[in-house]
Write a protein that binds this ligand. Structure first.
Ligand SMILES: *[C@@H]1O[C@H](CO)[C@@H](O)[C@H](O)[C@H]1NC(C)=O
Ligand SMILES: *[C@@H]1O[C@H](CO)[C@@H](O)[C@H](O)[C@H]1NC(C)=O
Ligand SMILES: *[C@@H]1O[C@H](CO)[C@@H](O)[C@H](O)[C@H]1NC(C)=O
Ligand SMILES: *[C@@H]1O[C@H](CO)[C@@H](O)[C@H](O)[C@H]1NC(C)=O
Ligand SMILES: *[C@@H]1O[C@H](CO)[C@@H](O)[C@H](O)[C@H]1NC(C)=O
Length: 445
């Protein structure tokens, strides 16, 4: 019996071994067959890679590759930490597209090494889109690479193309359509954008809306200084943001920080041409503007309209608290330091007493040349600017054909720490701090 049992065991083990070998060979073959086109050899986990060329994208700059991009995204979305590849050496024409992430896995990478072109004919834009490429509700999403998003916005900028901005309304013929943002990132968390260039957007280049955790570095944004409303980076209702080592050249604010933003750090950024680094405008149409804890340092501004600016509308509510601007180098900047609580983007705005309250703003080590006015602090009668702290300011005139003006302050309170050049004698001392800190500002913590 023992002998039989031994032989039987050996036999069973042998058969089991053969079975194991053959099934694993089959499995491997299946895996290789299925993923061969898209995957590299993977370490512990498969990281799916999808290349838009594998989905029928032509990349010739003329064929419409929108569907291929959507299909590639559809697959990338289904796999954690996948990568969607837009390869070098191709120009992909892609119409307005929303890459939605509500059902997508985390940590997807959009690897942009080639160029993506926006359509330049009105039809391809359809009616009423506010953005060209949109990524929504993604977590751990990353856009990286050496590639370019080209919004080809010049068709939107000039009057001769007014027709382009008009679309047929449902009833009454033509209506004006707003110019789209090139890259819009909405409702995401832990987002990174790095390496890429975004150029010639019809309007804003890169907008983050309702995001928590944003890292932008080593990107480049470029459009002509006279292109209308082409903000570089636009932040709205977004917190925990770091933007660094980035070049911004555009026709409006290089960086614009809108209501709902907090904990924002911006450093080692070049701006120009453009309108500078701006908080606001806040509080349009009596709305509430809330911005806090913003740090802006090691910035170079060249040939810009303003340097560092806070702008709010009259009749608004809310507050701006805890802003620090330091190590700011300006050259040929019209007005390097500005607060404007009378912001009005058209010719006439009615005087209103309500205002966004502004306090605890520091300016340290701001140096270089201006072409109009070194400093302009125009604060509200009802809500003066409080606790402004200016230290180590050295601004020299560089006449450029504009009429030059002296430093100007209105209802601005704070302290000066030498050196301050030119002399600023319009800032008022704070005798009491009880004028700020208890405003009717309603900003969520
Ligand atoms: C996503 O990436 C982050 C950072 O690398 C990592 O900590 C996290 O575990 C990843 N999450 C998933 C679901 O892969
Ligand atoms: C202010 O923002 C910085 C990032 O710039 C962050 O490290 C810091 O924790 C924030 N402070 C508070 C009080 O939230
Ligand atoms: C003023 O703002 C700075 C950050 O810029 C912050 O550290 C400080 O706590 C604020 N002070 C008050 C009184 O709000
Ligand atoms: C608004 O107030 C300013 C300053 O008091 C004054 O110069 C200006 O005329 C007022 N404008 C209107 C439209 O009332
Ligand atoms: C103003 O800034 C200077 C330079 O950073 C600093 O030494 C001083 O304490 C600040 N004053 C206040 C009231 O925060």
């Amino acid at each position: 019996m023992r002998g039989f049992s031994f032989k039987y065991k050996t036999f069973v083990i042998l058969i089991a071994g053969l079975l194991w070998l053959s099934t694993s060979a089959v499995c491997n073959a299946a895996t290789t067959g299925k993923y061969w086109r898209h995957t590299h050899k993977s370490k512990p986990r498969q990281r799916l890679k999808v290349n838009v060329l594998g989905y029928g994208a032509k990349g010739d700059g003329e064929s419409d590759d929108t569907k291929a991009f959507q299909a590639a995204w559809g697959d990338a979305c289904k796999s954690e930490a996948s990568m969607m590849i837009v390869p070098l050496g191709y120009k992909f024409l892609v119409g307005p597209t929303s890459f939605s992430g509500s059902n997508c896995h985390k940590n997807i990478t959009f690897k942009l090494d080639g160029t993506i072109l926006a359509p330049t004919n009105s039809k391809a834009w359809g009616a009423g889109v506010d953005q060209w490429l949109e990524f929504t509700n993604l977590v751990g999403f990353k856009i990286k690479g050496k590639g370019t998003l080209d919004g080809r916005g010049s068709v939107w900028w000039t009057d001769s193309f007014r027709d382009f901005k008009q679309v047929s309304g449902p009833m009454d013929g033509k209506k004006q359509r707003s110019r789209p943002t090139a890259l819009m990132i909405v409702g995401g968390a832990k987002m990174t954008v790095t390496g890429i260039t975004i150029q010639n957007s019809p309007q804003f280049h890169l907008t983050f809306d309702n995001c928590d955790g944003v890292l932008v570095h080593h990107i480049s944004i470029s459009s002509p200084g006279d292109s209308p409303n082409t903000d570089g980076i636009h932040l709205r209702n977004t917190k925990n943001v770091i933007i660094h080592h980035t070049n911004l050249a555009c026709g409006d604010d290089c960086i614009s920080i809108q209501t709902g933003c907090t904990n924002v750090l911006i450093h080692d950024v070049h701006c120009g041409p453009g309108h500078g680094i701006s908080i606001g405008s806040l509080g349009i149409d009596g709305t509430t503007g809330c911005v806090s804890n913003i740090t802006v340092r090691n910035i170079k501004l060249h040939n810009t309209m303003t340097g560092v600016r806070i702008k709010t509308w009259q009749g608004a509510k809310g507050m701006v608290r805890g802003v620090s601007f330091s190590n700011i180098e300006v050259s040929k900047v019209e007005v390097p330091i500005m607060i404007n609580q009378y912001y009005c983007d058209h010719s006439f705005c009615e005087n209103r007493s309500a205002a966004v309250s502004i306090a605890n703003i520091s300016y340290e080590n701001i140096k270089g040349s201006y072409t109009v006015q070194p400093l302009h602090l125009s604060c509200s009668d009802s809500k003066p600017c409080m606790n402004l702290n200016l230290s180590d300011i050295e601004l020299k005139p560089k006449p450029n054909g504009h009429q030059m003006a002296e430093p100007f302050c209105w209802q601005a309170f704070g302290e000066l720490n030498a050196p301050i050049i030119p002399e600023i004698d319009c800032l008022q001392e704070e005798h009491t701090s009880k004028r700020w800190g208890h405003h009717d500002a309603k900003c969520a913590a």
